[in-house]
Design a binder for this molecule. Structure first.
Ligand code: NAG
Length: 367
């Protein structure tokens, strides 16, 4: 239960702020960076009111309001800290700004049971992908332009990222083999997939409680495949399994784990379609745009499953600290989050563990 331990570790590093007494002290003065003054300059409660109205938030009691205001104040400071640690991205107030890091990780991420397999992370199932040719790869590549990627989805307050990462990879592989883009069902995985890693019986797929993409492929190989989104729509809650094998739209026949090598990841992405990846989501709680390239981001604390859809050679850099090559990552927090629902993460440094949990899936049309 590596992820559980990590979540605890993260929680312990957070100070809870009960009551509004010291909020004024939290306002940092003498900030030279404009963006920092934008973040911290005005009164926190005013900012909180704007946040509440922007995101349609309401709190049922005065206590809850004050509690959330305290957390918000901490998160404004955290965004400022992230801005300093990650100058090529923009950090600020997001829909998660009234959540503690523990709440955020529990409700909006959802990769659990991360097993270390000789540096590569994830489940112990699945073969290692064969080495592929890396010469002559394009300098820029984006599966969205080719029509292989469905609209950004929203997992809601449910730790089901692993299901969205899995469907994204299956949708992509199906597109690459057939030229047809079909949106597939996360709810089927949330309700029906209880697969466990054979070497770690605690690393099980558990609906809104988290899971692993490699376990999900194993489940899909056995179950027969995935239904379409429209035949088994997303509710964001674990329910009874309503999977109907007659409604399978895409079959999963095999999957592979990609080696910890950014050239191999790139070649597999171009060849096989979007890839399911795990990463450490700590900077995503405050991310607004730009290329995220934090000075410190643990490669080991992988807690979120997302979809690698492309890469660019010259990322737009706010501070003009140089053009950063980046990965284009599809997230499952809706279109209003980040860069139209996407995250740009700098490429070439195993940033936030992005190289360590990458998988590709092989599909077959259901007849
Ligand atoms: C699955 O993929 C691996 C790696 O490419 C390969 O060795 C294996 O034979 C494949 N299994 C099936 C059933 O196709």
């Amino acid at each position: 239960m590596v992820a559980k331990t990590l979540a605890l570790f993260i929680t312990c590093a957070i100070f809870y702020c009960h009551g509004a007494a010291s909020l004024e002290d939290l306002t940092i003065r003498q900030v030279t960076d404009d963006r920092l003054s934008n973040l911290l300059g005005t009164h926190t409660e005013t900012k909180f009111r704007v946040f509440m109205s922007d995101y349609g938030k309401s709190y049922s009691t005065r206590e809850e309001y004050v509690h959330r205001l305290g957390i918000f104040a901490k998160n404004v400071l955290k965004a400022a800290e992230h801005q300093m640690l990650d100058p090529t991205a923009v950090h600020g107030v997001t829909r998660f700004s009234d959540l503690t890091e523990e709440e955020f990780t529990r409700m909006y991420t959802g990769v659990v049971g991360v097993v270390d397999v000789g540096g590569r992370r994830g489940g112990t199932v699945g073969a290692e992908a064969p080495m592929v040719e890396v010469e002559g790869l394009p300098t820029d590549f984006d599966w969205r332009e080719k029509g292989a990627v469905t609209e950004v989805k929203d997992q809601g307050a449910c730790g089901s990222c692993w299901a969205f990462s899995t469907t994204g990879a299956v949708e992509g592989a199906h597109f690459v083999s057939t030229g047809e883009l079909v949106s597939l069902s996360e709810q089927q995985l949330v309700d029906c997939d209880k697969a466990c890693d054979p070497k770690d019986k605690k690393a099980c797929d558990d609906g809104c409680g988290g899971g692993l993409m490699t376990n999900a492929y194993e489940y899909l190989k056995e179950a027969g495949g995935l239904e379409e989104e429209k035949s088994y729509p997303y509710t964001g809650k674990r329910g009874h399994c309503k999977f109907d094998p007659n409604k399978v739209a895409v079959k999963v026949v095999n999957f592979t784990n990609i080696p910890l090598d950014e050239d191999q990841i790139t070649a597999n992405l171009v060849q096989h379609g979007p890839l399911a990846v795990g990463l450490n989501a700590v900077f995503m709680q405050t991310y607004i745009g730009g290329v995220s390239c934090p000075l410190i981001c643990s490669k080991k604390k992988i807690n979120h499953g997302v979809l690698l859809v492309g890469y660019g050679s010259k990322g737009f850099s706010i501070l003009r600290l140089g053009n950063k090559p980046y990965w284009i990552i599809k997230n499952s927090w809706g279109k209003k989050w980040g860069d139209g629902g996407y995250y740009k993460l700098c490429r070439g440094h195993d940033m936030c563990g992005i190289n360590s949990m990458v998988s590709a899936v092989v599909t077959q049309v259901s007849s």
